[in-house]
Design a protein around this ligand. Structure first.
Ligand SMILES: [Fe+2]
Length: 442
């Protein structure tokens, strides 16, 4: 870690500067009272990376004295001065007072070689957003919960709305949603604590055997959204793995016992289930339809394909990304380069993500990798060949069916979707799979 000498006589400012220099610029701060004090230290510690000082302390012209010393000793240490000093601009950078700590840290970070990106990563806000999916299945929170109110452009105020241990229900959260609220906030220090509380509550609820079909699907959908949010925020940790497992098991339970497609669709569309989870659930349902018509079908096949349905598009952040199913869709989309790239590699990214999931076996990783018809998980194959794993072929057809079904600009009846699939997936084993789906619908 780099070392920075700080000479600031005001104790309060000294504390603020020192703490923030350490936290955000990642430097060890050594406090000195005066230029003379600092010079004594430089004699034994010439490896100091940066000096920050007041222009004047009492009768001492602190900055000027330090400039003279650095010049005479030919020490190449940057000097950042708080307050103006004439004629030292060739050897020091003076910041006019008053100085906001953010400005000082920004400048210090530049001298210390901390990049703006690194700095931005370290400067974390005090409150972190939590989407409403975290709140639907809990009846109290382990910490205070806030909403954010705009005071002026770029300026926000956080107002406490749910107190630690307050009891509330789904309808209370729903009211906020109906008013247009997208997320609550919790204090950053409580983020982990809050997330663990929510994931534990969701797992407990998903493991109940007395849930109605509707309640089960809704709770699974909220769990899916929480897993997706966690995967994007922090990757895959133990709590996320447990919640995903409980979600997949619950999804399998409801898929095995699925109502007719029309009824299921009506429920999914009217219950405000996220589009991402609609995809996921319906793909699992279609996989089950196809598998049930295969002579080789065993329950573990549905488990594998449900697992893949849960994770196949989880690294994609927007509905537009999730709806893309071909290179042509991608070309016609409004996505920016970064989003486009995420779509291209999402099959491979999902397989990589599952390296951190102990329950993900080789079949799961293979099908995930091949779920858009490419062996390497990069891009789309409009007419995949016979080299794909048999389970991947089932998944490709199920996924394509659902992608068409849920796109507002494409047909939404099975009678119209099946011919599109027959025309696109011309290889014999795919035709058989489409046939199986058709038989299931009859
Ligand atoms: Fe996908």
């Amino acid at each position: 870690m780099s070392q920075t000498i700080l000479i600031e006589p005001n104790e309060d400012l000294r504390k603020i500067f020192s703490l923030n220099l350490n936290t955000f610029a990642g430097t060890d701060v050594i406090i000195r009272q005066s230029a003379e004090d600092a010079i004594q230290l430089l004699k034994i510690l010439p490896t100091i990376s940066l000096i920050i000082c007041k222009n004047k302390i009492g009768a001492e012209n602190t900055a000027l004295r330090l400039v003279e010393h650095l010049k005479s000793e030919m020490l190449d240490i940057p000097l950042l001065v708080m307050g103006e000093v004439a004629d030292i601009s060739d050897r020091a950078l003076c910041l006019p007072e008053p100085i906001a700590w953010e400005k000082l840290i920004q400048q210090a970070a530049k001298f210390l070689g901390v990049t703006p990106e690194e700095l931005a990563r370290r400067v974390k806000p005090d409150y972190v957003p939590m989407s409403l999916s975290y709140f639907y299945d809990i009846t109290q929170t382990p910490c205070d919960v806030f909403i954010r109110i705009k005071k002026a452009p770029g300026e926000y105020q956080f107002v406490k709305r749910i107190h630690n241990k307050d009891v509330f229900d789904f309808n209370a959260i729903k009211k906020y949603e109906d008013q247009g609220l997208k997320e609550f906030y919790v204090q950053r220090d409580y983020q982990q604590y809050f997330t663990t509380f929510v994931t534990n509550s969701l797992v407990k609820k998903l493991e109940r055997t007395d849930l109605s079909m509707e309640d089960r699907i809704l709770t699974t959908a909220h769990s899916y959204d929480v897993v997706a949010d966690q995967v994007i925020k922090i990757g895959m940790d133990q709590a996320t793995v447990e919640l995903a497992d409980a979600g997949i098991n619950s999804m399998i339970m409801s898929v095995k016992d699925s109502p007719q497609l029309a009824g299921l669709l009506k429920f999914l569309f009217t219950s405000k289930v996220s589009l991402a989870y609609q995809h996921c659930h319906l793909i699992a349902v279609m996989c089950q339809y196809i598998l049930s018509k295969q002579s080789w079908y065993q329950p573990k096949h549905l488990e594998i394909l449900s697992f893949v349905a849960f994770f196949s598009d989880i690294t994609l952040k927007s509905n537009e990304q999730i709806s893309i199913n071909s290179d042509e869709d991608l070309r016609n989309s409004n996505l920016v380069d970064e989003e486009r790239q995420a779509v291209i590699t999402h099959a491979r990214d999902a397989a990589t993500l599952l390296e951190r999931h102990p329950g993900a076996n080789e079949y799961i990783k293979t099908v995930l990798m091949q779920h858009h018809g490419k062996m390497d998980g990069v891009g789309f194959n409009d007419c995949p060949g016979e080299e794909l794993h048999p389970l991947s072929k089932v998944f490709v057809i199920a996924d394509s069916f659902v992608k068409i079904l849920l796109r507002p600009d494409k047909p939404s009846s099975k009678r119209e979707i099946l011919p599109i699939l027959y025309a696109q997936y011309t290889n014999p084993s795919y035709q058989k799979i489409i046939k199986a789906l058709e038989q299931k619908f009859q």
